[in-house]
Design a protein around this ligand. Structure first.
Ligand code: SF4
Ligand code: SF4
Length: 450
């Protein structure tokens, strides 16, 4: 099978051998306590429990009313101890519900639902009720993605198991251990979107898994599902790059994959979808990779959502001295964290403990105008000009050079000889842009109310 790809990108050291052979292990936080952010993708939620309430695993504890709202569920049975702000990925604080286990395994799951015989609206609502969002990183509400607008046609669903971020192997393990659920979730997604084709896309560093996946597909008799190999290259798993490589189509600027006739679902999201229909199980836990040169016990884990990474140390995660950086996510797109006391969320695909030799601690120096960043940007943007415009507080120019089309993949920063923190400038520029848009919207509303 020929490996497809896109133009641009880089090939950082993969470091996947640290964990790729380790099967996913179940683990619990040593404190028997979880800290669950009330919003984990979609529109902002509000808590629907109070301190002192007893909750069952799978019970909704926070929800919203908007079309983009996705509920959050208790990931263990126990007592709500606190509702207070806590450190979360991104080094910000978010309102969290703290639950202490009561030693029971009481669950509040939904009854199973046949996605093929129920009304489409009921199936879409099941995906929402079960709190499913994109688990590859973006945390986009899955029910919104699957509810294709009437004016769009989707002919293909792509199961994104490219897993191009170095170190991370959780999609790889899921492909081997939960293949039937990935195929099931993909088939359900095809049914709901009306797509005629399903493609499981994996990088060719996982080519050994193709035979196994194809055998599972053959058992289901689903001839409309196939496997496609992609060249091992970063950021191959980015939506724009994936669609270009697999289908040869471009996602238009500012648009979604549905505007290119497809829907993309992460492998973990497809497993959660299968569980939502077959078991009535909401998204209450997830599998993730724990790795890095300072991790004595690199592994793949499944933990309840809201597990503080620090509460897995040292019983489950043993560290070596000399941790220079803790990253929530992969090294290219993840967030550098101030400490390990942050919770696993629906989109936490991994946590890395990196040594000095694995991280670039070099100070930023002035841009030398080499153009390397422009050469590697697979979105065909002009990173150097975006950065200079943000620094000059000229957001209009930054947007003209592509700021809003940047997926923050970090490829440009990776090749920058001056170590310019390009992605940090892009995040700053986007935040400023969002603030300006929110102010404009608020001013417009005030004017309309007068
Ligand atoms: S400009 Fe954005 S999309 Fe392009 S390489 Fe840099 S981070 Fe990635
Ligand atoms: S790669 Fe770095 S030094 Fe080179 S042009 Fe881009 S920002 Fe400047």
């Amino acid at each position: 099978m020929k490996s497809l790809t896109f133009k641009g990108g880089v090939h950082p050291p993969e470091n996947k051998e640290l964990t790729s052979a380790y099967a996913i292990e179940e683990a619990m936080p040593s404190t028997k306590t979880v800290v669950i952010p009330i919003t984990q993708g979609g529109a902002p939620n509000v808590p629907c429990v109070s301190v002192g309430n007893s909750v069952a695993k799978g019970q909704i504890i926070a929800d919203g009313t908007g079309a983009f709202s996705v509920p959050v569920h208790a990931s263990i049975a126990g007592i709500v101890k606190k509702i207070e702000p806590h450190l979360v990925t991104g080094n910000t604080e978010a309102l969290c519900i703290v639950i202490e286990a009561d030693g029971t395994d009481r669950t509040s799951y939904l009854p199973p639902l046949d996605p093929y015989s129920c009304e489409k609206a009921a199936a879409i609502e099941r995906v929402r009720q079960c709190g499913i969002v994109g688990m590859g990183g973006a945390a986009f509400p899955a029910h919104v993605k699957l509810n294709v607008p009437a004016d769009k046609t989707v002919d293909c669903v792509i199961a994104n198991a490219a897993e191009c971020e170095p170190y991370l192997t959780i999609d790889e393990r899921s492909l081997l251990e939960e293949t039937d659920k990935i195929v099931d979730g993909l088939a359900i997604s095809m049914h709901l979107t009306g797509a005629k084709r399903g493609i499981i896309a994996i990088e060719d560093n996982k080519a050994y898994a193709v035979e196994h996946i194809e055998k599972v597909i053959a058992k289901t008799g689903k001839s409309d599902i196939s496997v496609q190999l992609l060249k091992t290259k970063y950021p191959q798993g980015g939506e724009k790059m994936l669609v270009k490589a697999v289908l040869g189509r471009e996602i238009p600027s500012g648009k979604l994959p549905a505007d290119a006739g497809c829907v993309i679902q992460n492998a973990g999201t497809l497993i959660a979808m299968s569980d939502a229909f077959r078991l009535g199980k909401p998204l209450v836990d997830r599998a993730l990779t724990i790795s890095g040169g300072c991790c004595e016990t690199p592994k793949n884990l499944r933990v309840p959502l809201g597990t503080l990474i620090g509460d897995l140390i040292p019983e489950v995660i043993k560290l070596k001295p000399g941790v220079k950086k803790i990253i929530s996510g992969g090294p290219m797109m993840g967030f550098s964290m101030m400490n390990a006391q942050f919770p696993v969320q629906k989109n936490t695909s991994g946590v890395l403990f990196l040594s000095e030799k694995e991280v670039s601690l070099a100070a930023e120096t002035p841009c030398i105008g080499c153009g390397n960043c422009v050469d590697v940007c697979s979105c065909r943007l002009t990173p150097v000009m975006m950065m200079r415009s943000v620094k000059a507080d000229n957001l209009e120019a930054a947007i003209k050079y592509g700021l809003l089309d940047c997926n923050e993949c970090g490829t440009c920063a990776y090749v920058c000889p001056a170590k310019v923190r390009l992605v940090q400038y892009f995040r700053l520029g986007k935040t400023k842009h969002r603030e300006i848009m929110a102010k404009k919207a608020a001013d417009g509303k005030k004017g309309a109310d007068k």
